[in-house]
Write a protein of this length. Structure first.
Length: 201
C-alpha cells in the first residue's frame, strides 16, 4: 500500500497553497513575533483581495512564477519588462525558501519595488499618451499594489520576522492576475489603436 505524501508547505508548481490567514497553529509563543506575523498576514490578505476583487478562498491555487507564452500581452517592451519582473520574483522566492540572510532578502524586496515602480510608471505614460479610458482604474490598481509591497518591505525591515510563504503567494497572484487581466486589456487597446492608425495612414 502506498503511503500518502505529506503536503508541501512551500509554494510549488501545481500545489494548492493555504490561504494566508492567521490561526492558532501558527503561534510561535513569543508575543511580539506573533503580532508581527498577524500584521504580515493581514497585509497579504488585503492585497490578495485588491488583486482578485474578492476575498481569497481558503485554498488558493498557486501559479508558477515563470514566464510563458500565455502571459504575453503582445507589446514587446511590456513583455520584456514582465519577463524581468518574473525573473526577479523567482529569485526572491528562492531566497525565501532557502532561508537566505535577512539583508539578502531585503535587498531583493527593495529591488522588486524599484522594478515595479519603473514598470508601472512606464505603462502609465503609455496609457496617458494614447488616451486609454481605463487609465484611472489601472493607475489606482498600480498604487495599491505598490503601497502594499512597500509596506511589506518596511514591516520586514522593522522586525526579526522572516517573510512568510504568504508573501511569495501574493507576488505570484499579482503577477498572474495583473499581467493576465488588466495588462492584457490595456495592451489590446493599444494594439487596436495601432492597427487603426495604420489603416488611416
Amino acid at each position: 500500500m502506498r503511503t500518502a505524501k505529506p503536503k508541501q508547505r512551500l509554494v510549488e508548481v501545481g500545489v494548492a497553497a493555504p490561504s494566508p490567514r492567521w490561526r492558532p497553529t501558527l503561534k510561535v509563543g513569543v508575543k511580539e513575533i506573533d503580532q508581527q506575523h498577524k500584521t504580515l498576514i493581514r497585509r497579504v490578505t488585503a492585497l490578495q483581495e485588491a488583486i482578485l476583487g474578492h476575498k481569497p478562498n481558503d485554498e488558493v491555487a498557486a501559479p508558477s512564477p515563470r514566464w510563458r507564452p500565455a502571459l504575453k500581452v503582445g507589446i514587446k517592451e511590456i513583455d520584456q519588462q514582465h519577463k524581468t519582473l518574473i525573473g526577479h520574483v523567482t529569485a526572491l522566492q528562492a531566497a525565501i525558501a532557502g532561508h537566505k540572510p535577512k539583508d539578502e532578502v531585503a535587498a531583493l524586496l527593495a529591488g522588486l519595488i524599484d522594478l515595479v515602480s519603473f514598470h508601472f510608471a512606464w505603462e502609465e505614460r503609455l496609457m496617458q499618451s494614447r488616451g486609454y479610458e481605463g487609465y484611472a482604474d489601472h493607475q489606482k490598481a498600480h498604487r495599491t499594489l505598490l503601497e502594499q509591497i512597500r509596506a511589506l518591505h518596511q514591516e520586514f525591515l522593522s522586525g526579526d520576522v522572516s517573510p512568510s510563504p504568504g508573501i511569495a503567494l501574493f507576488i505570484q497572484v499579482w503577477a498572474e492576475h495583473h499581467i493576465g487581466g488588466t495588462d492584457k486589456a490595456f495592451a489590446e487597446f493599444i494594439l487596436k489603436s495601432n492597427r487603426k492608425s495604420l489603416k488611416t495612414s
